[in-house]
Design a protein. Structure first.
Ligand SMILES: [Zn+2]
Length: 131
């Protein structure tokens, strides 16, 4: 382990900086992308708007998940706290499930294995629903 203060940047020889893979926190641009994708917290039945959400690593940073746009989503503070970061089996009786990216979209995998999205009206207006 290199510690919490070590960052590794990837630089293309002609295109320049490509990514900063070990950053712990999302950049401003990454946060905007996450908010554009999910206008409300993507946990089913949640109504918290994206601008009041936290940026969440879908594959937990502590488990090696990278801070890049495809691994980030917004979650409200409550759902970010109850999301199972993969430390235990999602079928565990105390698990509330966890967010995954499925076919490009962020969904909840319930402890029973169902894939659920948020059906809030604004959920259908996120960037991934518009393409
Ligand atoms: Zn929420």
């Amino acid at each position: 382990a290199l510690g919490d203060k070590i960052y590794a940047g990837l630089f293309h020889p002609t295109a320049g900086p490509v990514n900063l893979y070990e950053a712990r926190f999302a950049s401003g641009k990454q946060r905007i992308l996450a908010m554009a994708e999910n206008l409300v917290c993507p946990w089913p039945d949640c109504k918290v708007p994206a601008d009041r959400c936290q940026v969440h690593h879908i594959d937990a940073h502590k488990n090696g998940g990278q801070t890049n746009p495809s691994n980030l989503t917004t979650l409200c503070a409550y759902h970010n706290g109850v999301n199972d970061d993969g430390a235990r089996d999602v079928r565990h009786e105390k698990s509330r499930g966890r967010m995954i990216r499925h076919r490009g979209q962020v969904k909840l995998v319930t402890p029973g294995g169902k894939l659920l999205g948020n059906t809030h009206d604004l959920s259908t207006m996120g960037a991934m629903d518009l393409i």
